[in-house]
Design a binder for this molecule. Structure first.
Ligand code: SF4
Length: 346
C-alpha cells in the first residue's frame, strides 16, 4: 500500500499536477528556497507576483546577500510575517560567508540556516536535487493525517513525530521531485481543508479518513484558545504639505525594522504626547475607523487618530521621517499602516 501511495501521487502529478508555477521554471535551489519561504503561511496566488518581483531583482544568493535589509523588507511589504524576510536575507549572507554563495546540498547544513526548518530543507533537497528527503508542511500534514486517520492535533510533539515517520515511510526511491511536488499539489488543490475532492483524488483507494466517512475530522484542530487583544493608538501626523510622519520600528518584536506610525497608549493625551516625544505641537482633527490585525498570538486593535501639524516640524534623521506621495509605496509598511494611510489618501 505504501508504494502504491507514492506511485499514485507521482502518476497524478505528471498528469494533473501544477507544472507552470514560476518557481518551477527554472527550478534552481535558490528559487525553490525563496518560494518555500514565501509559501509558509501564504497562498500560492498571493506569492506569485511577489516571487516574480523578488527574483527579478535578486536572481541568486549573492545578489540577495548584497541587498540592504531595508530594500528586502520593502520588497516583502504586504506579504506579512516579516521575520521570514529577515531570516531569508540573513541566511543569504551566511550562505555567501560559509558555503561560497551556493545553497548546501545537505539537510543539516540547510536546517542550520535562519528560517529553514526541516520541511523547507527537505523541499529544497527533494525539488531542486531529487534527494530523498521528506517534507511536512501544512498541506502534507493534512493529506497524511487523513490518509492514515491520524488522531490528535499535529501541534503536539507525539502527533508530529508520527506524521514525520509516515512522511519518511512513503518516500519513493525514484522520482522524488515529482512525488514531493505531487504531495504539495494534492494538498493545495484536492485534499483541501474544508472541501476535499475525494471523488477526484488519486489516493482515495487507501484513504482511511474517507473510509470512515468524515475526512474533515482530520487532522484534529488546535485546542481553542482565546487570542488576547492588545490596543494601541496610532498617530497620523499630517503636515500642511500633505506629508505624514513615520517612525521605524525596533529590530525585534512586532513588525521588526518596518516603518510605521508613531504610537501612544490609548489613555494618553495625543497632543501632549507629541510635544513631549516629538518636540512639536499637533492638533487633533479626527478619530479614524478602528483597524484590527490578527497576529499568531494576539489581536491588535488600532485606534488611528488624525492630527495636523503646523510648519515643517523638523525631526532628526534616521528613525523618523516625513513622507508623502509615491515615497510611501517603496517603503516597508505593515499592512494595517498602509490601510490607514490609504484612508486619508497619503
Ligand atoms: S480521499 Fe479525500 S480525504 Fe483522502 S486524501 Fe484524498 S482528498 Fe484527502
Amino acid at each position: 500500500m505504501r508504494g502504491a501511495f507514492a506511485a499514485a501521487v507521482i502518476d497524478w502529478q505528471r498528469r494533473a499536477g501544477r507544472h507552470d508555477l514560476p518557481w518551477q521554471r527554472p527550478r534552481t535551489p535558490y528559487r525553490v528556497w525563496v518560494s518555500e519561504v514565501m509559501l509558509q503561511q501564504t497562498r500560492a496566488e498571493t506569492v506569485i507576483p511577489y516571487f516574480a518581483r523578488f527574483t527579478a531583482r535578486w536572481p541568486d544568493v549573492p545578489a540577495l546577500a548584497a541587498a540592504g535589509r531595508e530594500e528586502v523588507l520593502a520588497a516583502w511589504s504586504g506579504l506579512g510575517y516579516y521575520r521570514r524576510a529577515i531570516h531569508l536575507h540573513e541566511a543569504a549572507r551566511r550562505i555567501v560567508e560559509r558555503h561560497g554563495g551556493a545553497l548546501p546540498r545537505d539537510l543539516e547544513a540547510l536546517a542550520a540556516l535562519p528560517g529553514i526548518g526541516r520541511s523547507t530543507a527537505g523541499a529544497i533537497l527533494a525539488l531542486a536535487w531529487g534527494e530523498p528527503a521528506p517534507i511536512l508542511d501544512g498541506n502534507v500534514r493534512r493529506l497524511l493525517a487523513r490518509w492514515h486517520a491520524v488522531e490528535g492535533w499535529p501541534g503536539r510533539a507525539a502527533v508530529a513525530c508520527r506524521l514525520w515517520a509516515l512522511a519518511e515511510g512513503h518516500l519513493p526511491r525514484r522520482d522524488v521531485a515529482a512525488y514531493t511536488q505531487g504531495l504539495m499539489d494534492l494538498g493545495a488543490t484536492v485534499c483541501t481543508p474544508r472541501r476535499p475532492a475525494c471523488a477526484a483524488c488519486p489516493v482515495a483507494f487507501g484513504c482511511e479518513a474517507r473510509r470512515r466517512g468524515d475526512p474533515c475530522a482530520y487532522p484534529a484542530p488546535a485546542p481553542r484558545r482565546r487570542r488576547p487583544r492588545r490596543r494601541t493608538r496610532m498617530l497620523v501626523l499630517r503636515r500642511g504639505d500633505g506629508r505624514v510622519l513615520l517612525a521605524r520600528r525596533p529590530p525585534a518584536g512586532v513588525w521588526p525594522g518596518l516603518w510605521s506610525l508613531p504610537e501612544c497608549a490609548p489613555g494618553d493625551d495625543p497632543e501632549a504626547w507629541c510635544r513631549v516625544h516629538l518636540g512639536f505641537a499637533a492638533r487633533t482633527e479626527a478619530v479614524l475607523p478602528t483597524v484590527r490585525h490578527a497576529f499568531t498570538h494576539f489581536e491588535l486593535e488600532i485606534e488611528p487618530l488624525l492630527l495636523t501639524v503646523e510648519g515643517a516640524a523638523a525631526v532628526g534623521e534616521g528613525q523618523v521621517c516625513w513622507v508623502g506621495g509615491e515615497e510611501t509605496q517603496g517603503l516597508a509598511l505593515p499592512a494595517p499602516v498602509r490601510a490607514i494611510l490609504g484612508r486619508i489618501g497619503a
